[in-house]
Design a binder for this molecule. Structure first.
Ligand code: SAH
Length: 461
């Protein structure tokens, strides 16, 4: 190891920054975030540095650097070619960093990921700063936004845990289990109250060596695994057992924890179909047995996904539920097809409606037939003709643009466009070839030319 990573407490301590420009400003921000009292010495301050000086955030000396400037400083940073800065600091025994000059520096400022109090610093030892920055970007995505909240939450409970669990090894086991538990997930999802409530049973269970079960109600988006949210991925990685639908493709399922038990509860022809009641009961049974139960659904669990019913059922039996919203088909598929949901020239509102209701009752198509609205119909492919007829009967112009998006966001995505009068004919060849959305409204004109050339569309996506 060429450098020892350490974290320095700079709160209220004097830091000197020599120089101006963007690199100086970046270092300045870091020093300020660490609470240092920063003095900037430069004959030509940039606008950014001027602004901070005017706001009283820093002390600005508009002049050339002098060796005495380093006196009393905890650290010195030079964003200038003047070798006197490094020399003065070294002679005074003060740690110094000269931007982009590792050979003149006694320390390196790493690329920082700040989830305070959790802080990650990445350094390439000056060998490849860009690589360090790319790594940071990767890790930024990996680390939950509320990681700091989780650390503070644990800190608040430290005393209580020490009081309940006397010996250190058991305490360590408790914390290992906690950071992997639904309670920790509640903190990461922003539900601290639920997390606090989950702490007591967790503490009590330590002796029984049983897990607290929970249900993770996760939306997996419309199909492209890139459209999974960070929270969805995290919960998928934690699951002991997963119940998934026909909309969940192999690429998504691949991202579920390897040893999780997989249970298909979809309705594809020829396979055993679970009724909604059976699904509700299975979720409850598994969670009560202490498992982390992943209920993985296409799109968003609360948009035509029965997520509400499942959540209600298990919560009524006292089981914790954590919801990870997903990108619903309308949002994901229209984005990929280049169709905006609203547009100031074409649509001032958007409605998501199902072509199939529980009791077979029909939507109020008459009230939906408006020319300045975008209508997105889920589960409407097999009834496309009837839906178009009712919209036209209610006065919708027969030449209103329509699109059908099938297998949206997937490599097999198909987009066809036309007018509402021809919707049935457009839909017919697509029957039985995957989930599809009907889109009715003028916004479709924006994508129509594009969609007629599917190869181009795919390249552009
Ligand atoms: N909860 C899901 C919807 C479930 S209902 C969501 O929020 O997206 C199932 C219907 O969603 C399908 O019949 C189809 O209309 C639509 N759908 C889901 N994924 C789709 C996809 N990749 N492409 C087109 N339509 C899709």
């Amino acid at each position: 190891m060429d450098y020892l990573p350490i974290f320095v407490d700079l709160k209220g301590r004097k830091a000197l920054l020599v120089g101006s420009g963007e690199p100086a400003l970046q270092k300045l921000r870091l020093l300020r975030r660490a609470g240092a009292a920063v003095t900037v010495v430069t004959p030509e301050p940039s606008a950014g540095i001027e602004g901070l000086a005017q706001a009283g955030e820093i002390v600005l000396e508009r002049r050339a650097f002098a060796a005495e400037d380093v006196r009393g400083c905890a650290v010195v940073i030079g964003a200038t070619a003047d070798p006197a800065v490094a020399t003065a600091a070294r002679e005074a025994g003060i740690p110094v960093n000269i931007v982009d000059h590792a050979e003149l520096s006694t320390f390196i400022v790493p690329a920082v990921i700040d989830r305070s109090p959790i802080v990650v610093g990445i350094s390439s030892g000056g060998a490849a700063p860009l690589l360090a920055r790319l790594l940071r970007a990767k890790l930024e995505l990996e680390l939950p936004a509320r990681l700091g909240d989780l650390a503070r939450f644990a800190q608040r409970f430290r005393g209580a845990v020490r009081a309940v669990i006397g010996d250190a090894p058991s305490r360590r086991r408790f914390w290992e289990r906690f950071f992997d538990s639904p309670a920790a997930e509640q903190v990461l999802a922003g539900n601290e109250r639920a997390a606090r409530e989950a702490m007591l049973p967790l503490l009590n269970r330590i002796s029984a060596h049983t897990q607290a079960g929970a249900v993770y109600l996760v939306g997996a988006g419309p199909g492209d695994p890139d459209l999974l949210t960070g929270r969805a991925l995290r919960l998928m990685q934690q699951a002991d057992i997963v119940f998934y639908d026909e909309l969940i493709g192999p690429e998504i399922l691949d991202r579920v924890r390897r040893d999780a038990l997989r249970v298909y509860v979809g309705k594809t022809k020829g396979r055993h179909a679970y009724t909604q009641d059976e699904i509700n009961q299975a979720l409850l049974r598994e969670a009560k047995a202490g498992r982390r139960v992943l209920r993985l659904k296409g799109g968003d669990p609360f948009v035509f996904g029965r997520g509400g019913e499942e959540m209600d059922h298990v919560r009524r039996h006292g089981i914790e539920v954590i919801v990870a919203p997903g990108i619903t088909a309308a949002i994901g598929c229209l984005a990929d097809a280049g169709i905006p949901l609203t547009h100031r020239d074409y649509a001032s509102s958007v409605t998501f409606v199902t072509g199939h209701t529980r009791d077979g009752a029909d939507a109020d198509w008459a009230s939906l037939a408006q020319s300045d609205r975008t209508l997105v119909v889920y589960m409407g492919l097999s009834r496309a003709g009837a839906i178009a007829d009712q919209l036209m009967a209610a006065g919708l112009d027969r030449t209103t643009p329509v699109a059908i998006i099938q297998n949206g966001t997937l490599p097999t995505q198909t987009v066809v466009t036309g007018v509402v009068r021809d919707l049935e004919a457009l839909a017919a060849p697509l029957a039985g070839q995957g989930p599809a959305l009907l889109v009715v409204g003028k916004v479709v004109t924006l994508a129509a030319a594009w969609a007629q050339q599917p190869d181009q569309a795919r390249v552009a996506v």
